[in-house]
Design a protein around this ligand. Sequence first.
Ligand code: NAD
Ligand code: UDP
Length: 338
Amino acid sequence: MKVFVTGGAGYIGSHTLVALLAAGHEVCVFDNYSNSSPVSLARVRQLTNRDMEMVEGDICDIDGLTKTLTAFAPDAVVHFAGLKAVGESNDIPLRYYQTNVTGTMNLLAAMDAAECRRIVFSSSATVYGEAQYLPFDEAHPIGPTNPYGRTKAMAEGVIGDWASATPGASAVLLRYFNPVGAHESGRIGEDPQDIPNNLMPFVAQVAVGRRDRLSIFGDDYDTRDGTGERDYIHVVDLAAAHLAAIEYAAHTTGCEAINVGTGQGITVKELVAAYERACGHPIAFEIAPRRPGDVASSYAATAKARELLDWRAALDVDAMCASSWRWQSENPHGFDGD
Ligand code: NAD
Ligand code: UDP
């Protein structure tokens, strides 16, 4: 298939490109590099020994987007491009709505112009908000608690309405839990531009000596060891879920939201212990106050992904940490080293 990938130079996008190219798909990447580097695309080409089109552009520029997408004439779109920092979304909400909601509307309009009817969208478990029950299944009420989450919930709604109104359209809303890890080669991985907000890249930077110690945000939650529990999903498994979703979209119509997680909760302390096994030395940490807005536990119900996509996570927390460490130790400054 011809697959148009917005935001393909980013963390999850680059890993998905490896899977798409390895499966023989023809790819066009559309990215403004606002949170990524073209170096990641060069490395994807080296890793796969395959070529792809790469266009620098902004999904907020509807004319440029429509021109590029129409010229490529894709069979399917995978839509990663967006802003993703929860804290920042409180400070600059309009930029978040502009990029994540208007950008998605622009993309759907461009797809209409190109008569492309299939989309796989990067959504997030954050759309669920406070857990009313666990595990989160896809029928759990939607109630995001921050602007970022609201942009994802709104974009889901827009895509669902587009799919209902467009004959032959098929949309898959992938609700990622906590993507971590890196490609086994150590050549691509997560490369946060500032101080990492998320646990795993922070731990990785402590392990490699870029930061002194991890602050564990609270050890008095109602969990096994008192620290927050999340469903970490290996980015290589996540990439495979996109491949399965494209194939699913190719023979169905309508719109489905599907969780992408392992179904297993891992606490902060368990993740730190797994990382210590991977890097072979202790990770310094201190217990800090709870982070406002954090929940005790979040993990996915995974039956729908198995039933509809025939996909399930295969890689465990040790594989997540080992691959993260390989990437971090071989590229201590991310893609800046090139
Ligand atoms: P990322 O920032 O590494 O990748 C996003 C890519 O989109 C980057 O390459 C960036 O340059 C590009 N981009 C941003 N704004 C753009 C614009 N206006 N036009 C064109 N390109 C633009 O993030 P990621 O972790 O790979 O996440 C990909 C998607 O998955 C995002 O939509 C994110 O919200 C969603 N998601 C991520 C996580 C996570 O923990 N990483 C969890 C749930 C959902
Ligand atoms: N966390 C932490 N220290 C950090 C970053 C995160 O203790 O520097 C904890 C956080 O409180 C949560 C878990 O790690 O329990 C995962 O946080 P992350 O931001 O990675 O994901 P999210 O909370 O968005 O699911």
